[in-house]
Structure formats: structure tokens, C-alpha cells
Design a protein around this ligand. Structure first.
Ligand code: FPP
Length: 247
């Protein structure tokens, strides 16, 4: 943490938490055990993100595609979510964390939806880290919804096709009120984006690590930020233009 440049902390970090199942297998346990251990990583990373001054942390906790997993794993994950949100909310609240969620939340089991809403409500006025859980989320689902809303505005004459800008699209996504992530981390050695924030990650730096999610703790998180800080973000410009601007 001491090695991090405090002036270059990403405002928004997005994480694909991957490798719980493989971690459990390595321990000779079933996959659910890995998800349980993954919660300990979630706790540490949320704490670390708050400590270093990250403003938004988005965690890909359950994708639309995850509904296709065996029923017993889906049920166990939903139960784990309810238990975790219920157990962790007092501490999150104490630490000033504001919990929010993106995704097709209505498709969650009612108990899970209610627990989530309760925690969102309890923490809504907090001013520290905003923790965004992506639940039953997929980027293509989100883009389709956004495009439908825009199409309706066009059909009703409220919006001209020519007036559609980047801002129009961004404002119709679930993430409308957040800045785009500057850093996306994926654990477990997979080098894919898996239908996660496809629009929002257009200029993000990607950090891939072989570490499995249950082993991804504060040190690994600082390593990721450190790697981000050593990169030059050019946004399509030349290196010379970037160093000229910094003078
Ligand atoms: C990916 O590992 C992980 C998930 C699909 C679930 C992530 C959930 C948690 C860490 C626990 C609950 C989270 C919160 C925010 C309370 P995988 O199962 O795909 O692992 P594998 O690729 O090794 O099979």
C-alpha cells in the first residue's frame, strides 16, 4: 500500500471474481466451499478499496449466464449472497460504504432481492466507497434494454436519431450514475471479459492475474493498482501528446 501513488488511485475498479470452483477443487472440497472462501476475499478487497480511496468498486458476483449452473450451486450462491449481505451490512454501514446493485434484480429470488434492497436502503446516505454488486447482470442484456428505451423515445418523437450521442447510450445503462472504470481486474488466469461492462470498459486498463479469487487479498489488490499506475493511458493519443499535457 505504501508503494501506491495516492494521486493516481483509480476512481472506479471493476472485478471479475473468478476461480472459486478451482480453488475448492485444489483443496479437495466442493465448489460451494470456494464461494464461501471467496466472501473473505470480497470483505478484504472492499476494505482495501475504501482504505486507498477508491470511490466505486463493481464486483461481478452473478452473471446472467450463471443461472445455467447446476441448480444446487445457484441455490447455494443465492443463499450465500443473502447471508453475506445480512451479516456484512452493519460493518459496511459503519465503514461508510454505500451498497448498490446493477442487473436484472427482479429475477433474483425474492428473499435475496429483499435483503439486497434492505441493505441498499440502510446504506444509501453513506459517503464512502460505493460498492456495486453486479447480480444477474450481463452487458448485452443491459445494452438491449438501453437501446429499447432510446428507440421508444425516437418512436414517440422525443429524440431525433441524429441527436443520439455517447452520452445518450451511457445514460440508458444501469451504470448511468457512475464514472467508467479505469481498471478491470480478472482473477484465475482467464483472459476474457465475459459479457461484463462492455461499453463502460472501452478505455479501461485490464489486469489479469493467475491468482484464484479466494487467494486474491489486499496484497494482490495493491499489486493490481500498482500495475495500473505504471501504465500510460493514452486514450488514442500519442505518448508525446500525453507527456506534453503533463508538463
Ligand atoms: C466465479 O468462480 C465466482 C462466482 C460465479 C461467484 C462469485 C461469488 C462470490 C465470491 C461470493 C459472494 C459474493 C458477494 C459479493 C457476497 P467460479 O465458480 O466460476 O470458479 P471456477 O471458474 O474455478 O469454476
Amino acid at each position: 500500500m505504501n508503494l501506491l501513488n495516492k494521486d493516481k488511485i483509480p476512481q472506479h475498479i471493476a472485478i471479475i471474481m473468478d476461480g472459486n470452483g478451482r480453488w475448492a477443487k485444489q483443496q479437495g472440497e466442493d465448489r460451494i466451499f470456494g464461494h464461501h472462501e471467496g466472501v473473505n476475499s470480497v470483505r478484504e478487497i472492499v476494505e482495501a478499496a475504501g482504505e486507498v480511496g477508491v470511490k466505486y468498486l463493481t464486483l461481478y458476483a452473478f452473471s446472467t449466464e450463471n443461472w445455467n449452473r447446476p441448480k444446487e450451486e445457484v441455490d447455494a450462491l443465492m443463499e450465500l449472497l443473502v447471508a453475506t449481505i445480512s451479516m456484512e451490512t452493519p460493518q459496511l454501514h459503519k465503514n461508510g460504504v454505500k451498497l448498490e446493485a446493477i442487473g436484472d434484480l427482479k429475477s433474483l429470488p425474492v428473499g435475496c432481492f429483499n435483503e439486497l434492497q434492505e441493505s441498499i436502503n440502510t446504506t444509501k446516505d453513506n459517503k464512502g466507497l460505493t460498492l456495486i454488486l453486479a447480480l444477474s447482470y450481463s452487458s448485452k442484456w443491459e445494452i438491449i434494454n438501453g437501446v429499447k428505451e432510446i428507440a421508444e423515445q425516437v418512436a414517440s418523437g422525443k429524440l431525433k436519431p441524429n441527436d443520439i450521442t455517447e452520452e445518450t447510450i451511457s445514460s440508458h445503462l444501469c451504470t448511468a450514475k457512475y464514472p467508467d472504470p479505469e481498471l478491470m481486474i480478472r482473477t484465475s488466469g482467464e483472459h476474457r471479459i465475459s459479457n461484463f461492462l462492455l461499453w463502460q470498459l472501452a478505455y479501461a486498463e485490464f489486469y489479469f492475474t493467475d491468482t484464484l479469487w479466494p487467494d486474491f487479498r489486499k496484497k494482490e489488490f495493491y499489486d493490481a493498482i500498482n500495475a495500473y499506475q505504471s501504465r500510460e493511458r493514452r486514450f488514442g493519443k500519442t505518448s508525446e501528446q500525453i507527456s506534453e499535457k503533463a508538463k
